[in-house]
Design a protein around this ligand. Sequence first.
Ligand code: EPU
Length: 417
Amino acid sequence: MDKIVVEGGNCLTGTVAISGAKNAALPILASALLTDGMCTFTNVPDLQDIRSILLLLESLGATVTSDAHTVAIDATNLAASEAPYDLVRKMRASILVLCPLVARLGHARVSLPGGCAIGARPINLHLKGLERLGATIDIRHGYVEARARRLKGADIYFDTVTVTGTENIMMAAALADGVSVLRNAAREPEVVALADVLVKMGASIQGAGTAVITINGVKELRPTQTEIIPDRIEAGTFMVAAALTGGDVTLTHCQPAHLSAVCDKLQQTGANVEIQGTSLRITAGQAIGSVDVRTQTYPGFPTDMQAQFMVLMSCAEGQSIIKETIFENRFIHVSELRRLGADITVSGDTAVVRGVKSLFGAPVMASDLRASASLVLAGLVAEGVTEINRVYHIDRGYEQIEDKMRQIGASIWREKM
Ligand code: EPU
């Protein structure tokens, strides 16, 4: 298993190009199942999670070809409708094939994703939505088995805002008979990106990006070409890296509008954020001020940036309160950050972070994707060497993070074990 080693103390300066968004690419690649013919996607990030979903699509009978950041998928001849345990346990987002398979083939058998490090993460709302669209659902031997001759439009209310739940049901409703209305829908940019692709394929969808999405089902969709939107969480992670290290970093190929909450919080800490079209320049302030953060659904502060922001607050002047409202167990990085000298106490969904003068390098263990990113960030400012183990988590969602960090002056490398 590889580890990432960071030697702290360098100030980051320079330019980094942001990759395509993992969480936009995953549902969009799954949407290729909804149609015959070849769909082509560009700006697809080269990540483990993307390789996992492409393997899954191939196992269903789709033809997949990829070259650099372009992926072509032809799902004309689907031969199977099962997502096996071995693939789903590696990546929960495999559940995104459930609705496209039912809509296209009339049936699907998908392994139930279990809990993960950050929470129980049930999929009850995906299943409730699909049932409302007329599918029968059985849970047997750890698998969801869903069937429907033709899905029928319905009014669906999500008890909790769910990103992949909204995406899954939107794909099912696109091929259902009649009108569906999704209420309390997720408003994340990744949901809008998927809706845009479905519309290009011939779907009729209004309201994506708001809490009410209306979908007029169509009989069939056609293949399309699309570019994956930039990864707002990768961008946010590099923004924190710049502010944390006293740096001056320009991020290109990003969508600043998707980062309003992160930009706002960073500015409150004293960093300067300049937006120029699709570029963002972050210049660190004289000192890091402490601010409170509460994670929320979009356009609120993203839970996927909570761990990284906690590192910044660990090095701030004063005390910050960080409240995690989306996942019930997303503070696992805290005990690792404490090993580096951070002063953080957690009570329920709230962390109190008291800024310290210095962090000190130590071996640490990555527990999930964003926790790993926070450990890399901490390593950038810790005195001495930080070794991050279990880096397969980071490879799921950050494309060449050590190359990109090195490009702007970090002393970071990967060691094969
Ligand atoms: N929830 C339910 N029932 C459901 C679905 C969700 O109770 O049927 C709850 C979850 O347990 C959680 C909350 O609703 O407490 C929100 O979960 P959501 O469904 O929105 O999360 P997700 O769709 O599984 C996506 C991202 C996550 C990101 C969350 C929140 C993808 C592939 N994953 O997950 O990304 O944290 O939305 O924004 O889009 C990451 O990239 O590191 C990551 C974890």
